[in-house]
Write a protein that binds this ligand. Structure first.
Ligand code: NAP
Length: 552
């Protein structure tokens, strides 16, 4: 790699780059990239649109926002003192707690001096002649570096509500992914919420507790399991911390990047209905999604097995919600459990037993428009003081596609991803040299403990840059062929599972016009990381390094 800090780093056109590596995004991925790349003496800077660091945890401040991975797992592993010293108060971290942790990490490792806040990147253009990326900010600032890392996140582009009439709504409206910092008080208000994914389900009990009336518009019923959140048990914390290094290592050998869940040995169809019931009951009592999906070894691959796990949850909904019609409407019936992101809730189904909460079937009677005083569906009108859109994100590809990424006089990301994302290992896109992605599409990112995947990718990229420098290589390209093979492999793996049966953001179906292609790699963290290591062991197989020094 050229080195911006020294004379030796002059680019082909003899322009000294501003940085060695440009990082787009100041969330968990951007921050760790700064830490990791600085360690090998690289001059880096992260550009962040928000006025604070934290990415998804900076923007998603809706009431009840909480991580669905346990806090002892959902944290950085790179520094043992950090993981030993930080105390998580609860089993699952709340958004304020996680944001506090991220800010602590940023300060502790002095990362903020290399973060430029309030800076949205408009374009990223690669010059083949100079082997240089130039990013341009919305304010018109230009920054150059030979390499660029997109740490732009998977759920960072809120789906903007496109309902007609919104501009004329006289009340207030909010999107869960762009929640006001000062919070929102719904006390005494008539509130309409659109969307029953993780964000909506987590938020609703809080709104139901404040609002005069809450009307929930549900288009698709989703599966939700009890989180069973509680203060963190000090004994469990002590034990976990004692085992941290081994657990973190072992996590790479698991499908979801989380250790401590022994792989199930049996199919759900191999046991008696009584045994199954007992198992599901125990998992339901335990709380959490991995434990439930790990009840049997074929819940995500065999529809008949999955039906047993799905039906157990439907029975729980029926037993919780007093009104049978509402209960039935809440029962998911168009996808197998686990094929959409499984939701963890705290007292969600219970709100439908409150007098101030109604459920509206937005599939039978779709929302037509927002009116000045509320909302109109095909068969009714509603009056609201506030409307909340829990309508999700342009997931996995949205944030990168918002940036005009191109090669000067050559290809663009738009062209490369016309029919859906195409990547090699979810780390690079053929035709876009020296541009890396962290937890990109076709990597396990969203199907794993995200921070583990972030650390894996940032380490892999840092090692790759170090290898390039040692080899005297200035440029790395993923080949079209390796990309094609990876895209095919990702599809083959997904097609052996039940995932493609669901209309989910994993498939891009929630964004009108978005190509429908299953985007995450679901072969598991263990298979993926092994593949990444093999690629390196075989001299960066599938990549072309240009200007590589030949050993004599
Ligand atoms: P989401 O899962 O995409 O849910 C969006 C919801 O809005 C869906 O119920 C969708 O219905 C509904 N919707 C969209 N347009 C609609 C319309 N025109 N009319 C009626 N309903 C409409 O988004 P999310 O809840 O923000 O969650 C996204 C992901 O973020 C999660 O899956 C999870 O990975 C992550 N997340 C995690 C946590 C956590 O860690 N606990 C919390 C929040 C989010 P359809 O299903 O019919 O499209």
């Amino acid at each position: 790699m050229p080195d911006a800090a020294t004379e030796t780093g002059r680019s082909a056109s003899n322009v000294k780059p501003d940085l060695d590596v440009i990082i787009v995004g100041g969330g968990l991925a951007g921050l760790y990239s700064i830490y990791r790349l600085r360690k090998q003496g690289l001059k880096v800077r992260a550009y962040e649109a928000g006025d604070g660091v934290g990415g998804t945890w900076f923007w998603n401040r809706y009431p009840g926002c909480r991580c669905d991975v346990e806090s002892m797992e959902y944290s950085y592993a790179f520094d043992d003192d950090l993981q030993q010293e930080w105390v998580w108060p609860e089993r699952y971290g709340t958004q304020p707690e996680i944001l506090k942790y991220i800010n602590h990490v940023a300060e502790r490792f002095d990362l903020l001096r290399d973060v430029q806040l309030n800076t949205r990147i408009k374009s990223a253009v690669f010059s083949e002649a100079a082997t240089l990326w130039t990013i341009t900010t919305e304010a018109g600032e230009e920054v150059t570096a030979p390499a660029c890392i997109m740490a732009t996140g998977n759920l960072s582009t809120p789906r903007k509500p496109d309902f007609p009439g919104l501009d004329d709504f006289k009340g207030k409206w909010y999107h869960t992914g762009l929640w006001p910092k000062e919070g929102v008080d719904f006390t005494g208000l008539r509130v309409g919420v659109i969307g029953t994914g993780s964000s909506g389900v987590q938020m609703m009990p809080h709104i139901a507790g404040q609002a005069k009336h809450l009307t929930v518009f549900q288009r698709t019923a989703n599966f939700s399991l009890p989180a069973r959140n509680a203060p963190l048990d000090p004994n469990k914390e002590r034990q976990h911390k004692a085992e941290y290094p081994e657990r973190r290592k072992a996590a790479y050998d698991t499908p979801f990047g989380i250790a401590g869940y022994p792989p199930p040995a049996k199919s759900a169809l191999e046991v008696t209905p009584e045994e199954r019931q007992e198992t599901y009951e125990a998992k339901w009592g335990e709380g959490g999604s991995i434990s439930y999906l790990f009840a049997y070894n074929d819940l995500l691959t065999n529809k008949a097995s999955n039906d047993t796990a799905s039906e157990f949850v439907r029975e729980k909904i029926r037993a919780t919600v007093a009104d049978p019609k509402t209960a039935e409407l809440l029962c998911p019936n168009n996808h197998p459990i686990g094929t959409k992101r499984l939701i963890l809730d705290s007292q969600y189904y219970e709100i439908y037993n409150q007098d101030n909460v109604d459920l509206v079937d937005a599939r039978k009677a779709p929302i037509q428009e927002i009116t000045p005083i509320g909302m109109r569906t095909t068969d009714a009108e509603f009056e609201f003081d506030a409307i909340v859109f829990a309508t999700g994100f342009d997931a996995m590809t949205g944030a990168m596609r918002e940036i005009d990424i191109r090669v000067e006089g050559g290809t663009t990301l738009e062209v490369q991803w016309e029919g859906g994302p195409r990547t090699y290992l979810g780390v690079m896109v053929a035709g876009l040299p020296n541009m890396f992605m962290i937890t990109g599409p076709q990597s396990p990112g969203v199907k794993s403990q995200m921070i583990l995947s972030i650390e894996w990718h940032a380490n892999w990229i840092a090692d790759c840059l170090a290898h390039m420098k040692a080899a005297g290589a200035r440029r790395i390209d993923a080949t079209e062929q390796s990309q094609e093979e990876w895209v095919r492999h990702v599809k083959e793996v997904a097609d052996k599972t039940l995932y493609p049966l669901a209309n989910s953001w994993y498939m891009g179906v929630n964004i009108p016009g978005k190509p429908q292609i299953f985007m995450p790699y679901v072969g598991g963290v263990q298979a993926y990381t092994k593949k990444c290591q093999e690629v390196v062991a075989k001299g960066y197989e599938g990549f072309v390094l240009t200007g590589e020094r030949v050993e004599v």
